[in-house]
Design a protein around this ligand. Structure first.
Ligand SMILES: [Zn+2]
Length: 489
């Protein structure tokens, strides 16, 4: 707890005086009071110096190898804790496993916390692995080249982590009155969703970061033809569920094959499943997303986006859109991707068993049992069994598209990006936000940096990179969202 701040607040409350907000002194070394509210009425001044500091943090964080497994996030947690300590905030390391700690820090709005009002800025410290031989630079070197910062985590998710840290520090430096607690949280094990993930952090330490609202990864600022096409704010995500498919048959010598071959049964089943398309189910989020997108796409695409929900042309439009873009296809229906195959030990031995794995992504609200029933009917083979594994994600309610925080994110994002449309977004991938939504948090996903589809394609791939020209604006956006939501004017 920050005693100095608390007693100052208390004294002020007893004295009954009223604050007028000052703009956040976002820049280092410019702590002089009385900057006055900028002409645009914002509570935040110029954040460019802050963004330069945040870029240095980002480079340092990329150099701290947090490949998960094993993660080893504690090194990154300590690095962040040091920065916070220097700013006069008391951070806390939350140990989840040996060598793996989250870091949390809080700016208090009052003596008695009201978690339902608190704003949580959350990002994960771990990254996925790399195939070094495919990279053109050292993935953990923090290399800047041709206007890009290269490195594992430069987009997912250390850039957001640095932006969150900058926003949090900007509010602290501003020494302003806030009307809700602002909590910074850097998490572990997001990429594996294992025994050091947010699920475990919540179970062990929920009181340390309980909040009503959260800003996380999961959205996008899409650049097309050199300008921002739209800002997508993630309000829901699909649910990942794994299914094991096992075919059984008669083992024997490969010189005397029979029709009762497990490999043949499995292959036939996978062929049917791989070509199956689950029925379209347009959620309210995807309807709104397509509506917004229709105004931005070329005439041919827009034509289909506009009729996707109509009784006469809807079905045809859904087919056209699914073929045009796998992401749109996945937003409209449950998808099934066969991803692993396993059978046999010798080339001349017919095995008695063959196995495959399916990764299913369910739309929010859909249940796996319904889909499995359909697949069983489709496969129609008593020698093939489908088993839903217990390691799947959890279905969470959507975040609201009507509340004050969503409206504020929309307004501030549009302003930041020159009036670009802000659309609700259903991410086909999973984030930590599902865990938060299950705990009544209105969580929203951003990726506040403007990137192209090409940039986005390097996430989890080779040569992950952040266009540096986009970084400062992303830091500015997160800072403005956090400050406008929490600072009393
Ligand atoms: Zn991520």
């Amino acid at each position: 707890m920050n005693w100095k701040r608390t007693s100052f607040l208390l004294a002020a409350i007893f004295a009954g005086f009223c604050w007028t907000a000052r703009p956040i002194q976002a820049q280092v070394g410019q702590q002089s009071p009385g900057m006055g509210i900028p002409d645009n009425g914002s509570v935040v001044g110029d954040t460019s110096a802050l963004a330069r500091e945040a870029q240095n943090w980002l480079v340092d964080l990329i150099k701290i190898n947090t490949t998960n497994p094993p993660g080893n996030e504690q090194v990154a947690a300590k690095y962040i804790a040091d920065i916070l300590t220097k700013e006069g905030v008391a951070p806390e390391l939350l140990e989840v496993a040996p060598g793996r700690s989250a870091v949390v820090a809080r700016l208090r709005s009052s003596v008695v916390a009201d978690p339902s009002r608190a704003l949580l800025l959350v990002a994960h410290m771990d990254v996925v692995g790399v195939d070094k031989s495919k990279w053109t630079v050292d993935p953990f070197g923090g290399v800047i080249k041709d206007g890009y910062l290269y490195g594992r985590g430069s987009l997912d998710d250390k850039s957001m982590l640095a932006a969150n840290l900058a926003a949090f520090i900007a509010i602290k430096r501003g020494n302003v009155h806030i009307n809700r607690d602002v909590i910074f949280l850097a998490t572990t094990d997001e990429e594996q969703f294992g025994d050091a993930s947010l699920r475990i952090l919540i179970a062990k330490y929920w009181d340390k970061f309980a909040a009503g609202y959260a800003l996380n990864e999961g959205g996008r600022v899409m650049m097309k033809n050199g300008k921002v096409q739209y800002v997508g704010v993630q309000v829901a995500e699909k649910v990942s569920v794994n299914i094991a498919v096992t075919a059984t048959g008669k083992a024997g010598h490969a010189s005397r094959p029979s029709k009762d071959n497990a490999v043949v049964h499995l292959a036939a089943a996978i062929d049917k499943i791989g070509n199956y398309q689950a029925p379209v189910h347009l959620t309210s989020i995807v309807r709104r997303y397509f509506e917004g997108l229709a105004g931005l796409e070329d005439d041919e695409t827009a034509k289909w986006l506009r009729v996707v929900d109509t009784p006469d042309r809807g079905e045809h439009a859904q087919r056209m859109l699914s073929d045009m873009n796998p992401g749109w296809n996945s937003m409209m229906r449950d998808t099934i991707a066969p991803t692993m195959l396993q059978a046999g030990v010798r080339v001349n031995v017919i095995p008695s068993e063959a196995k495959a794995m399916l990764n299913v992504r369910l739309l929010p609200g859909d249940t796996i049992d319904v889909l499995v029933n359909e697949l069983n009917k489709l496969v129609n083979d008593p020698q093939v069994k489908l088993q839903v594994l217990l390691d799947g994600g959890l279905a969470a309610p959507n975040s609201s598209m009507e509340n004050e925080f969503y409206n504020l994110i929309t307004r501030v994002s549009a302003k930041e990006y020159g009036g670009a449309p802000v659309l609700p977004y259903l991410s086909t991938g999973a984030t930590d936000s599902a865990q938060l939504r299950l705990h009544n948090v209105q969580a929203y996903g951003l990726m506040p940096f403007a990137i192209t589809e090409e940039d986005e394609s390097h996430v989890h791939g080779d040569n992950e990179r952040l266009p540096l020209a986009s970084f400062a604006k992303g830091v500015d956006l997160v800072t403005r969202i956090a400050a406008e939501f929490s600072v009393t004017r």
